[in-house]
Design a protein around this ligand. Structure first.
Ligand SMILES: *Cc1c(COP(=O)(O)O)cnc(C)c1O
Length: 417
């Protein structure tokens, strides 16, 4: 319910009866959606320049630097590739470079995104099997182990999973899933979508024996949408040699050739590379481990607030177990109200853009991102605006969500790194 701003006890009469309250939205818009995320000014500035010769030294150096730095981002000695594409392009690159029509692929469900990747595989002619999961839980490594043990002939060629499912807000335990694959003694390629997690939480491609990693520019990597990245292990490169789905545009072999032109299958996305170089610079200037710790600190504030709001009964965490709630995005179910009312309110009145529920949660949830270029006041601003909106709309919530977020931040600052 929107409240009239005129006091009942005889304040000044409104110019027009029932005029809408004045929005407090002017100022920098707070984009609190899980991608695209906030792009730092230095990244935008790095892109604001004339085009350069694609054959000249500067661009060659930038390309090489980005490809090398991406290895450090994925924590791999494997090969890295940059695609002029969004995350869906990277998915297709991963599949077409390593698999052949009819290959059997196991998709580990934990929300929307692994399923989406599998749907793409089906389109390509792969045989997709979904290991059913629950949108409110992480993938169960024991179920993975049991399924792989049953595949005694090793017909499964690849396993697809996301580290953070941006729709459900769940974080999967990638090293535990790796251990399950090893316990089953299964040789399938292990492919991980780190689109909402790389640059937000620990990701260890080589240590976790991941064969293909995918991520993209507009989430943890703080760049504009339009670039995506794939890293391949030696085992993935070996599978590539006989893969039947290879196409010219995505092909790793062509992109491994020395000419810079080949690395993009055509003209390089120059400005985006300059922006990427700047955003990766920010990541390593802060230090990857500290970036991960920052995300945990911000997530603790958001999740403390949501836990208190949930006491009112109108909303709840989508992910049931606290340990399975991701450090990059929190998905909140709204059994007591239409989440679009909340999103409209925060956007219109406070300049805060909350994420909507997607996939199975369309119309039943909203999401708060704490991903990428985000700091404490940005998260507190989003939480404050959300709490005001929930209260103003008359939605029953527990009192003191923002206070709980402040307490969580105090706890964060009270804990040495
Ligand atoms: C955003 C996202 C995608 C899709 O990326 P696009 O750039 O929109 O194609 C895939 N997987 C995850 C986990 C994501 O968060």
């Amino acid at each position: 319910m929107y409240q009239d701003h005129v006091s009942k006890s005889g304040g000044p009469a409104p110019a027009r009866p029932k005029a809408a309250p004045v929005p407090l939205a002017r100022g920098r818009e707070f984009l609190s959606i899980p991608g695209p995320t906030n792009v730092p000014d230095v990244v935008l500035q790095a892109m604001h320049r004339p085009a350069v010769d694609i054959y000249a030294d500067e661009l060659l150096a930038t390309t090489g630097h980005c490809l090398e730095t991406l290895k450090a981002v994925f924590r791999t000695e494997g090969s890295t590739y940059i695609y002029i594409a969004n995350g869906h392009g990277a998915w297709e690159a991963a599949l077409t470079n390593t698999l052949s029509r009819g290959d059997h692929v196991l998709v580990l469900e934990s929300g929307r995104f692994a399923r989406g990747w599998g749907d793409q595989g089906e389109f390509l002619g792969l045989t997709i099997e979904v290991l059913p999961g629950d949108w409110r839980k992480a993938v169960d490594p024991a179920a993975v182990e049991a399924r792989l043990k049953a595949d005694t002939l090793h017909t499964i060629k690849a396993i697809l999973v996301v580290q953070i499912d941006t729709a459900s807000g769940v974080v999967n335990d990638i090293p535990a899933i790796r251990a399950a694959i090893d316990a089953a003694g299964h040789p399938a390629l292990f492919m991980v979508d780190g689109i909402a997690s790389v640059g937000c939480m620990e990701y260890e491609m080589d240590r976790w024996a991941i064969d293909v990693s995918v991520t993209c520019s507009q989430k943890g990597l703080m760049m504009t949408p339009g670039l995506s990245f794939v890293a391949a292990s030696p085992k993935a490169k070996a599978a590539h040699r006989t893969a039947g789905l290879r196409t010219a545009y995505w092909d790793w072999s062509a992109r491994d050739l020395p000419e810079n032109y080949r690395k993009f299958c055509g003209t390089a996305p120059e400005h985006m590379l300059f922006g990427l170089e700047a955003s990766l610079g920010l990541l390593f200037e802060e230090g990857l481990e500290r970036v991960w710790a920052r995300h945990l600190g911000l997530a603790s504030a958001v999740q403390a607030a949501v836990a208190v709001w949930a006491e009112g009964g109108a909303l709840e965490f989508n992910v049931l177990a606290p340990a399975e709630r991701s450090p990059a995005v929190t998905t909140i179910l709204t059994p007591g109200f239409d989440p679009q009312r909340l999103r409209d309110f925060t956007r219109h009145n406070a300049g805060v853009v909350l994420g909507s529920g997607i996939g199975d949660l369309t119309g039943r949830a909203f999401r708060i991102a704490h991903m990428g270029y985000a700091n404490a006041p940005m998260v507190l601003g989003t939480l404050g605006a959300t709490e005001v909106a929930l209260k103003t709309l008359g939605i029953p919530i527990g009192d003191g969500g923002v206070q709980a977020a402040l307490t969580a931040l105090q706890r964060h600052f009270g804990t040495p790194a």
